[in-house]
Design a protein around this ligand. Sequence first.
Ligand SMILES: NC(=O)c1ccc[n+]([C@@H]2O[C@H](COP(=O)([O-])OP(=O)(O)OC[C@H]3O[C@@H](n4cnc5c(N)ncnc54)[C@H](O)[C@@H]3O)[C@@H](O)[C@H]2O)c1
Length: 269
Amino acid sequence: MTQFCDSHVLITGAAHGLGRLMAIDAVGRKARVTLLDRDAEGLERACVELRQLGGDAQSFVVDLADRAALQAVCSRVQATRGEVDILVNNAGIVSGKTLLECSDEAIERTFQVNTLAHFWTVRAFLPGMLARGTGHIVTLASVAGLAGTSRLSDYCASKFAAVGFDESLRVELKRLGSPVRTTVVCPFFIDTGMFDGASTRFPWLLPILQPDYVVRRIMKAVEGNRSRLVLPRFILALPVARALPPWLFDVVLSVLGVNRSMDHFRGRH
Ligand SMILES: NC(=O)c1ccc[n+]([C@@H]2O[C@H](COP(=O)([O-])OP(=O)(O)OC[C@H]3O[C@@H](n4cnc5c(N)ncnc54)[C@H](O)[C@@H]3O)[C@@H](O)[C@H]2O)c1
């Protein structure tokens, strides 16, 4: 079991969406929370809200795409808040454009935030976890890290990489005989605003998920040391579809409407 009570939980992208809700939940479980985000105003609002709930919360403004700035913030967190027990790499961005519409800069930024930032935070806090023989690293990936979709080439590739990062880290920790745990989370669309306009053809099979529900499931998965959380359950059939020849796999995804789900994407504006 991973205990939130009295743990130091660091959450990236905690000004909005799942990050903010996970911070509220963690504070309710008597954890100390440290929040990272690039949105100074949103971060301050979230921090005030957590303190009003009686939580021990502190925030650090940082652009996760800036490796040097992120590494400096991680050092400041260690110096002022102490070592991290539960690290939640949650921040993510999406451009929602076709490969040729995406700018070079947007593609690089997607990887910096959705993938590379995970390397820098884990490399900062894992040594402390290994030394203390306890810790938990949570990776917010996506169903987009398990199957490719049109208008999401940069996002899908960055999330496939995040899934691979989590898996490699998990087996590396096992080989080291370390009790440090990992959880990778792969949800379908969630109603946070990030994917505004995205749609689903069969909501009874692939519903747009509610943020509160997703957060409840994530907290339970982390507490129970579950290695992988895939939402909704229907996505668990994906490995079966993967055994099909690629042309048939594409037909299945097309029939499910997955390749058209981003046609009316607006995103967070
Ligand atoms: N919303 C969905 O449909 C959905 C589905 C599957 C997976 N996810 C993943 O879940 C995670 C949380 O998503 P969400 O829906 O809460 O998103 P959100 O847009 O509501 O929140 C993301 C947060 O990350 C912060 N952020 C973005 N770029 C940053 C940067 N460079 N530096 C610092 N902070 C930055 C934003 O300011 C924001 O507070 C993401 O990794 C996302 O990819 C989301």
